[in-house]
Design a protein around this ligand. Sequence first.
Ligand code: AMP
Ligand code: TRP
Length: 336
Amino acid sequence: MGEAKTGRIFSGVQPTGNLHLGNYLGAIKNWIALQDEFECIYCVVDLHAITVPQEPVILRRAIREVAACLIASGINPEKSILFNQSRVPQHAELAWIFNCVARLGWLNRMTQFKEKAGKNRENATVGLYAYPTLMAADILAYRATHVPVGEDQKQHLELTRDIAAAFNSMFDSEFFPLPEPQIQKTAARVMSLRDGSSKMSKSDISDATRINLTDSADEIAQKIKRAKTDPEPLPSEAKGLEGRPEATNLVGIFSGLSGRPAEDILSEYGGQGFGVFKPVLAELCVSQIAPISLEMNKLLEQPDEIDRLLEKGAAQAQAIAAPILAEVKQLVGFSG
Ligand code: AMP
Ligand code: TRP
């Protein structure tokens, strides 16, 4: 490692189902790359998961599965801190303080709440509404400076910065840094394989819309083969993708997986149909994604070992967050 690491990375993922290619390209791939350069803290955000109803047995399994999936993808628990949120009480504690800093007007603007609450907003939990203040607490309990996320989290990061600035100004301090979002240039928003206008998501009822990190090589290849496209051949320049959401998405996925810019890919495949492009994309995807599920299944044979790693990660996380919370309490004016 040698060089001094500057800045601290924090990011989180919900244990609410299988991780998919959108999580991988939008967030996790970046998390893996950052491990060598920075102090990284990665969190399975189970407190966020219960903002919508969860079955306890399924939640408990999902926490282990997501942790195993992250390790299988390349998060190294020797290098990075990996833990689940509910084991570190400072998250909920700081979130309460932030509930008393953030304003209703700020939360009312959050588009993710509007999407998740749907039409029946009166029936949404208070937790779902306050979700972004907990996310701000996740990040700021460690005074993290950089947050690698997909594009859908940009608004929550802006709110986190607003909360940090408001806290600093209320208590006349420079205590919290204003954390920077780190959003990938390619594949920051991976779309559904069946509809190029909606996000690839864990909660989509159709499994054909996403590539799960737990899919077998055959399943991955089949899903890419059946992905929705249009009848035109690929253009030779990025401009030609305008108005073609499904083609844009597949080129974006190719770019995210290969690390090659879209222009480069289009100059090679421009003029070719999807009959040529899809098998190459399928092979690329299988070669990167299929090994993850094999490794994950191996890890899941030892659930005690996963629990041990999460417990160790939680102790490391708490060692950082506890003194920060002690200072916050001083600033707020609590005694003791
Ligand atoms: P979640 O599954 O909502 O907990 O998201 C975990 C991480 O994956 C966050 O950084 C999200 O921004 C990112 N993410 C989720 N879905 C997508 C997607 N379809 N495209 C790109 N990034 C995504
Ligand atoms: N809200 C994020 C998502 O759904 C998950 C998350 C919770 C998170 N806390 C975080 C991401 C803190 C980054 C930093 O994707």
